[in-house]
Design a protein around this ligand. Sequence first.
Ligand code: GLV
Ligand code: MN
Ligand code: MN
Length: 410
Amino acid sequence: MGVNIERLRDLLYEITAISSTPVGCTRLSYSREDKKVREILDREFERLNLEVKVDKLGNIRAKYNPYNLKTPSIMTGSHIDTVRNGGEFDGLLGVVAGLEVINTIDQSGIELKYPIELAIFAEEEGSNFGVTMLGSKYMTNRIDLDYLKQIYNYQNKSAYDMLKEAGYMDNKDYFIHRDDVKCMIELHIEQGPVLDLEGYSVGVVDRIAGMNTIKVNLIGQSNHAGTTPMKIRKDPMVAAGEMIYRLSKIYKKYNLKNNVITVGKIRARPNNSNVIAASVEFFIDIRDVDYDAQKTALEKVEELYGDIINKYNIEGEFKEIGYSDIVITSDFVKNAVINTAEQLGIRYKIMNSGAVHDNAMLNGIVDHGMIFVPSIGGISHDPRENTDFKDIELGTNLLLNTILNINKRS
Ligand code: GLV
Ligand code: MN
Ligand code: MN
């Protein structure tokens, strides 16, 4: 059985047309654009007769259960939020592919043993508060409402207050449990170059990288840029410059071959060209698929922070605001995907994910795994993000048939 790729593409492009920026896609969770996308999805949910639940974080669970089964569901889905000026496929592809799978099954009249549930996790990208996978962390009990009071967006609004304003806080909770979800299979673009370079149409994910997100604030002494001699300055911008440069050398210095460290967000205060900064705040994103390497990298980052504070004789704050473990996907899902790919004659590559995913948050709760499709040129989190619809069709057919095989088998 195969999906209707035109229908999938039309829905994807209907949604990508909604963006707050003219370049790339910008759809932050809880924004006006997010609301508009949810209206389109509601239309689809209604058409397919899905039972829809929305929780306190704005996570959506939409269940296809025409036979009123009491069995746990096979879950699929992803996220609809983006980074600022992101691409068209990250997250959204898994959502429209999940809907297309339900559409195809609905039209086929095939009998199910398990309901199919589409999950749309809120705030996966961390674009509002700098913390990734907020919705899936909440749905899997990794964070609580108190934590939401301690993370802020750039307008200094807490996640908790934003959710209250968005009207979600009065909703019930719908945590993910083993007794209501049998497994979760997420289709996603690879976001890296491996499949494209090696000529595969699909990847089967083995490990998903772990991640530490650190917020650093270096605090110096603000003063006049023209009158303050260089020798007596306490300039946190210079300290930040050295620290960021040395962060980029950690993998080499300590021989951590897959480790990646990024500072992608920075803000000086007061942020005037003729004022020595009072403080510089930036976020450090540390990732690895190896447990020891991730631990070493984190230790070395903290050591470097201590060094910088001493060297420049400044004050500072170093706070871990987000964390996710390195995760190995479940054999149950990996084997189901691999067996289905072999049955369909699809060449696949078993590979790791350097990006983090909501799917990883289900680890230890239910069986979970992912299917990747290639990102052309390995570009993602950028308006140039692109994937061939032929690969999307293969990947979505693999998702569909994996779900059908699990449905048949167990
Ligand atoms: C999420 O997309 C991430 O890997 O940062
Ligand atoms: Mn994503
Ligand atoms: Mn992303």
